[in-house]
Design a protein around this ligand. Structure first.
Ligand code: DAH
Length: 329
C-alpha cells in the first residue's frame, strides 16, 4: 500500500510537470483529485489495510492528499495569472523581436536621388499621363509622319490615336503648353516599348526628362548642368564625354557617355542620356516664340543609370520582385 502511494505521488509530479495550460491542468485534476480520482481510490482501499498498519498508511495518504492539492492550487494560480509553467519568468535581457519592414525599390531610390540633385540645381518636378496621344508623343515633338519610332514594333498603340508613351518627352510639350517661360523642370515617369524582353531591354522602364526654357539659354548651360549632375550622382571623379547625335525635337543634339569600368572588367564608354537645344519647330508647336526664347532638354533612362551605379547586369531582375534581390538595397 505504501508503495502504491509513492507511485501515485511520482506519477502526479510527472503529470504536473507536463501541464502547459488550464485545460491540461483540469485533466490532471480529474485524473487525481476528483471524487473518483486516484487519490480518492487510495482512501477507499484504506478499509482493507490491517489494523496495525492503518495509522502509518493513513498518515502517508494524508500527506499525499496535501501534497497533490497544494501543488495543484499553486500551478492553477500561476496559470491563471498568465504564466505558462512554474519555471517560466520574463527575461528582460533578451533582445527585442525585429519587425520585418519593407524597403524602397532600387528604382524608387534612384529616382529620389536624381530628383534631389535636380531640385538642388533649381528644377521643379512636373508629371504627365502614361496614356498619351500620338500628337504629344510624336507629332508635336517634330517626328515626321513616317518616323520608324511610330512603328507598331516599338509602340504599344491602344487605338490609332492613343498609345502608351514611348518616352517622357511628351511631358515637355504639356508643360510648355500649360505654363509660360521661364520654365525649369524635370519630368520623371514610366515609359513603354514593344521590344523583345532580354537582359538589356524590358517592355517597361522609367525616364527622367529635363527642360529649361528662357531667354538666352545656351548649350554651355546644358553641359554645365549635366556635368554637375553626373558628378553628384556617380562621384566627382567620373569621366564623361558629349557626342553629337540626332533627335527630331532638338537641334543641335548630343548624347552623354560616362566611362564605365566594372570591377575586374574592361572599361568602356556607356551612353546615359540624350540632350540638345529645343528645336525651334517644337517651340512654334507649343506657341512659344523662338525669336525670343531658347531652351535645352535632356532625357535619361533610370534603369540603366541604376544598373551602372549598383553593378546590376540584367534589367529583368528589377521587375521580378524577388525579395532576395530587393533586400540588398
Ligand atoms: N526621348 C529620348 C528617348 O527616349 C531621350 C531624349 C533625348 C530626351 C534628347 C530629350 C532630349 O529631352 O533632348 O530616347
Amino acid at each position: 500500500m505504501i508503495d502504491k502511494i509513492d507511485e501515485t505521488r511520482k506519477s502526479f509530479d510527472e503529470n504536473l510537470s507536463k501541464v502547459e495550460n488550464l485545460t491540461s491542468l483540469e485533466d490532471l485534476r480529474i485524473k487525481f483529485l476528483s471524487r473518483k480520482g486516484l487519490v480518492s481510490q487510495l482512501f477507499e482501499s484504506l478499509k482493507d489495510v490491517s489494523k496495525e498498519e492503518k495509522p502509518k498508511v493513513g498518515q502517508a495518504l494524508n500527506q499525499l492528499k496535501i501534497h497533490t492539492q497544494s501543488k495543484f492550487d499553486e500551478l492553477k494560480e500561476k496559470l491563471e495569472k498568465g504564466q505558462k509553467s512554474l519555471d517560466e519568468f520574463v527575461d528582460l535581457t533578451l533582445p527585442g523581436r525585429k519587425r520585418v519592414i519593407g524597403s524602397k525599390h532600387i528604382i524608387t531610390q534612384t529616382l529620389d536621388e536624381i530628383k534631389n540633385i535636380f531640385k538642388g540645381l533649381g528644377f521643379s518636378i512636373y508629371e504627365g499621363p502614361e496614356l498619351e496621344s500620338d500628337y504629344y508623343n510624336f507629332e508635336a515633338l517634330n517626328f515626321p509622319p513616317d518616323h520608324p519610332a511610330r512603328d507598331m514594333q516599338d509602340t504599344f498603340f491602344v487605338t490609332d490615336k492613343f498609345l502608351l508613351r514611348t518616352h517622357t518627352s511628351p511631358v515637355q510639350i504639356r508643360l510648355m503648353k500649360e505654363k509660360k517661360p521661364p520654365l525649369r523642370a524635370i519630368m520623371p515617369g514610366k515609359v513603354f516599348r514593344n521590344e523583345a524582353i532580354s537582359a538589356k531591354s524590358y517592355c517597361l522602364f522609367h525616364q527622367v526628362e529635363g527642360l529649361y526654357v528662357d531667354t538666352d539659354v545656351t548649350f554651355a548651360e546644358l553641359k554645365g548642368t549635366l556635368v554637375a549632375f553626373v558628378k553628384q550622382f556617380f562621384g566627382q571623379d567620373i569621366k564623361y564625354r558629349f557626342r553629337a547625335s540626332f533627335f527630331p525635337f532638338t537641334e543641335p543634339s548630343a548624347e552623354m557617355d560616362i566611362w564605365w569600368e566594372p570591377k575586374g572588367k574592361q572599361g568602356r564608354w556607356m551612353e546615359i542620356l540624350g540632350c540638345g537645344m529645343v528645336d525651334p519647330n517644337v517651340l512654334v508647336n507649343v506657341g512659344i516664340d523662338p525669336e525670343i526664347y531658347t531652351g535645352y532638354a535632356f532625357g535619361m533612362g533610370i534603369e540603366r543609370t541604376a544598373m551602372r551605379k549598383y553593378g546590376i547586369d540584367d534589367i529583368r531582375i528589377l521587375f521580378d520582385n524577388d525579395k532576395r534581390f530587393l533586400t540588398q538595397f
